[in-house]
Design a protein around this ligand. Structure first.
Ligand SMILES: [Zn+2]
Length: 165
């Protein structure tokens, strides 16, 4: 637990935050940058001042527009999150047609992308065309959010084609 610099009245994310797990409003412990959720335990601001770290699991999040975005360090994590979102769109009556993945995950996810044909540079994940975002120096939100799905109304062709993964 780091003691907050006395010149700094509140920890970097404010005196209270939404728990990244349950979204309940949780307070910072007095004079620290540790937040305590009664259900999920302690979250601490990392030394880079950007990430919120769940002490029990070492999972990390960054904040953008009042939403926490999990920061993935393992390819399964981001693949699972994309899969979950494709599924959620489907239950809302949409099909995903393209995924744009944050540039910072290129090395993590590239080994898992399929190339549709020899000589083609179109890459796919779960049947969707994949693009990578501009670098975060150009568009800061891409240093925080993980991916965006482009969607259209309708049932995916051959759904659930991605069940085999
Ligand atoms: Zn919680």
């Amino acid at each position: 637990m780091r003691i907050v610099n006395s010149a700094q009245q509140y920890p970097i994310f404010g005196s209270e935050i939404k728990c990244p797990h349950c979204r309940q409003i949780i307070p910072a412990l007095i004079l620290t940058d540790t937040y305590l959720c009664p259900r999920h335990g302690a979250f601490e601001v990392s030394s880079n001042g950007k990430d919120l770290v769940h002490l029990q699991s070492d999972r990390q999040w960054r904040l953008w527009n009042d939403e926490w975005y999990r920061q993935h360090t393992h390819p399964d994590g981001i693949r699972f999150e994309i899969h979950e979102n494709i599924d959620r769109l489907y239950t809302q009556g949409y099909r995903a047609i393209k995924v744009t993945i944050a540039h910072r995950y290129i090395d993590l996810v590239s080994p898992y992308l399929e190339t549709s044909a020899i000589g083609s540079n179109i890459q796919r994940l779960y049947g969707l065309n994949v693009e990578f975002s501009p670098p975060e120096e150009e568009e800061p939100r891409w240093g925080i959010i993980n991916f965006e799905l482009e969607k259209e109304l309708g049932t995916p062709k051959g759904y659930p084609y991605f069940r085999s993964f």
